[in-house]
Write a protein that binds this ligand. Structure first.
Ligand code: 2DT
Ligand code: MG
Length: 211
């Protein structure tokens, strides 16, 4: 019998170095081990032409105005939307490391207007859940020094962290906050439990859009 259950759209958000990549990869592997179709993606997707420009910007070899890079980050999501939608409708769960929330948060932290920043992402697919790994950026400094990418600076990360908190409060119906300083295993276990329940809850629900 053909199943028309859709996959879940799960996003990980948080400051740099909170463990998003580790946790999103582990969740994806766990689902696959259980025989659930799952795919891990991340934004920015540096493999596209737009992604290549973003990569050069982040590596400080390309200067772009706040507005231009903001719109490119959004366009980088739009260019992936049809393939994400096709996967979800075919029953594949998408685990996504960063999304439109990072888009807004980093640009607002640099001084752009929040409503202006949100506008280009309106109409993108809405995640079924956002897993927010929260940590105080000053404490994160204990994990060693930042890398060399453009946004890996403590002052900016403090603003980014406050803005993620703002989203977490405003979007509490589908955001789940976790303490990034719990052990990897504790986090993985909590996250998987929520994710596995979510898969059942959304399987028959239509996809929604960001508003
Ligand atoms: P990674 O370290 O996760 O590769 O991200 N960023 C990301 C934005 O400023 N806007 C966006 O829309 C997205 C998705 C966050 C690289 C940096 O890019 C920032 C960190
Ligand atoms: Mg990074």
């Amino acid at each position: 019998m053909e199943s028309n259950k859709r996959g879940a759209f799960i996003v990980f958000e948080g400051c740099d170095r909170v463990g998003k990549s580790t946790q999103s990869n582990q969740l994806c592997e766990r689902l696959k081990e259980k025989g659930i179709a799952a795919k891990k993606i991340n934004f920015p997707n540096r493999s596209t032409i737009i992604g290549d420009v973003i990569n050069r910007f982040l590596k400080n070899t390309q200067e772009l105005s706040h507005e231009v890079i903001h719109l490119l980050f959004s366009a980088n999501r739009w260019e992936c939307m049809s393939s994400i939608q096709a996967d979800l409708l075919a029953g594949t769960t998408i685990i996504c490391d960063r999304y439109a929330y990072s888009g807004v948060v980093y640009s607002v932290a640099k001084g752009l207007d929040l409503d202006w920043c949100w506008a280009p992402d309106l109409g993108l697919l809405k995640p079924d859940a956002v897993f927010y790994l929260k940590a105080n950026p000053d404490q994160l400094a204990s994990r060693g020094s930042f890398g060399n990418e453009r946004y890996e600076k403590l002052e900016l990360q403090r603003k980014v962290s406050d803005l993620f908190d703002h989203f977490n409060e405003k979007e509490s119906s589908y955001w789940h906050q976790f303490d990034a300083f719990e052990t990897e295993q504790e986090l993985h276990s909590k996250i998987s439990t929520i994710a596995e329940n979510l898969l059942l809850q959304v399987a028959d629900k239509p996809l929604e859009k960001l508003t």
